[in-house]
Design a protein around this ligand. Structure first.
Ligand code: UD1
Ligand code: CA
Length: 476
């Protein structure tokens, strides 16, 4: 029988060293709140519930996380408040009434984002039905951490905090990560016996280890070697260090699947600003140059190439497409898609609802929004296509735009197959440009055109022969 699992996540601390007006656990790693990274582990472990202990910025934390954590994550999410914050033992005391009273609890911190679910599973396996298991790590410099005190036989006896430790205890390099698995029925009982008679005047959760030993409950030290998995965020520097470590981990996974990253140290995959979860999927023989950022859900087909410094969000790039450097694609909720063999950029901008067919060319300083471009259509320079339906093989000239907005409403422009739009045209929507027709450069088109026609709508050219320029007059 598998034991029921509840998570207790301590997130009441202030995070003074972040020097931010926002609660620390809402600071973002890969575009996602630190606390959300921790809650994602609960989802992977099939936990029954997660109890988050909030304090500093409690309302803000609760609002941000309750909104972001989808019902689909499959566990019951509860918040309890800890006011004032009297230590980690006191924090867990606040959580206990929200627990079911049976099963196993894992205690975590909301500011330790990179613990892997399989590590926590290992901790749970070590705890079994009724033991206490401590996640530990050995560090060359353990300063500041609680030390794992073992007896001569190597059995864990207690944890001693840095500030309460003797010289000999401070020499111990095995530290407590802040993460433990503990049977809930014992936890409740031990917490009620905690005192704050120590160097910091706090209720230490770590004091329950000695109580377990005294009560004959076995305590297992589950030691891992990856320090990053237990590293906390206390400062902007540490946040940046963990961000890089996380990105390197994602980069390595993609490279193991065959994706060719020009430089795994200059590559980022993040949640998007609206909270759509980072999810980059690549086919075979995908090349990604340096400095690219992928946010939200992005798929890249076989043989596609992404040039340097592109930002691609919520989009699908089909096989063989080439995205030249400095291109910005953001499909937001509607999505954006680039067809097979299309050439995009450099310096192109694709916005929500841009749907580009096969072999479409979008060149520099071209913006496409809520528009469909059929196979082989081209807009190569300095243009805007908004709310447009563009047919096959259309050539859309430099500097041309769809005037899709009348100040109140948006209207569609339809450009049928094989149309040639000259340079610097304004197509005032709603308007349809008939198949195979041509629009002369500089035209402002307000009426639909017939298939196969030529339309020119601009001031007629006047040329005066032998024109003498005015001569500058001397000042009086
Ligand atoms: C704690 C452990 C220490 C361990 C270290 C690992 C205790 C007494 N010590 O020390 O053995 O090596 O973590 O990082 O547990 N929090 C609350 N309410 C409080 C106090 C803290 O919610 O009243 C939260 C903090 O926001 C933080 C977590 O608990 O997320 C850990 O608290 P912190 O003060 O950082 O504990 P440490 O002194 O680092
Ligand atoms: Ca800490």
């Amino acid at each position: 029988m598998t034991v029921q699992l509840d998570l207790i996540i301590m997130a009441a601390g202030k995070g003074t060293r972040m020097k931010s007006r926002y609660p620390k656990v809402l600071q973002k790693l890969a575009g996602r709140a630190l606390l959300s990274h921790v809650l994602d582990q609960a989802a992977q472990l099939q936990a029954r519930s997660a109890v988050v202990v909030t304090g500093h910025g409690a309302a803000q934390v609760e609002a941000a996380i309750a909104g972001a954590q989808s019902a689909a994550s499959g566990f019951d999410l509860k918040f309890v408040r800890q006011e004032p914050q009297l230590g980690t033992g006191h924090a867990v005391q606040q959580a206990v009434p929200a627990l079911a009273g049976d099963g196993m609890a894992i205690v975590l911190s909301g500011d330790v984002p990179l613990t892997q679910a399989d590590t926590l599973q290992g901790l749970l396996d070590a705890a079994g039905q009724d033991k206490m298991a401590l996640l530990t790590v050995s560090m060359p410099d353990p300063t500041g951490y609680g030390r794992i005190v073992r007896n001569a036989a190597g059995t864990v006896q207690r944890i001693v905090e840095q500030k309460d430790a003797s010289e000999a205890e401070r020499a111990i390099t095995e530290i407590y990560s802040g993460i433990m698995a503990v049977p809930v029925k014992h936890l409740t009982q031990w917490l009620s016996r905690l005192s704050n008679d120590n160097a910091q005047g706090e209720y230490y959760l770590t004091d329950i280890v000695a109580m377990a030993v005294a009560d004959g409950v076995p305590v297992v030290g589950h030691r891992i070697s990856d320090v990053l998995q237990v590293a906390g965020v206390n400062s902007p520097l540490q946040l940046a260090e963990l961000e890089r470590a996380h990105q390197q981990r994602q980069a390595r996974q993609l490279m193991e699947q065959g994706v060719r990253l020009a430089d795994p140290a200059r590559f980022d995959v993040r949640d998007d600003v609206r909270g759509s979860k980072a999810d980059l999927r690549c086919g075979q023989d995908v090349d990604i140059d340096v400095g690219c950022i992928f946010t939200g859900k992005v798929t890249i087909g076989d043989g596609a190439q992404i040039g340097a410094y592109c930002h691609i969000s919520n989009a699908s790039i089909a096989a063989g497409a080439v995205i030249h450097p400095f291109t910005h694609i953001d499909g937001e909720q509607a999505g954006a898609s680039v067809g097979e063999g299309a050439l995009i950029g450099p310096f192109a901008r694709l916005r929500p609802g841009a749907q580009l067919g096969r072999e479409v060319h979008i060149g520099n300083f071209v913006e496409v929004k809520n528009s469909t471009l059929a196979d082989g259509a081209k807009a190569n320079h300095l243009a805007y296509l908004g709310d447009a339906t563009v047919g096959e093989r259309v050539n859309y000239g430099a500097g041309s735009i769809t005037a899709n907005y009348d100040g109140s409403n948006k209207h569609r422009t339809v450009i049928e197959a094989d149309v040639h739009i000259g340079s610097n045209c304004v197509l005032v929507a709603p308007v349809t440009i008939g198949a195979g027709s041509t629009v002369g450069g500089g035209s402002t088109i307000t009426k639909s055109t017939e298939p196969g026609s030529l339309s020119v709508a601009r001031g007629k050219q006047i040329s005066k022969a032998n024109w003498q320029r005015p001569v500058k007059q001397a000042k009086a």
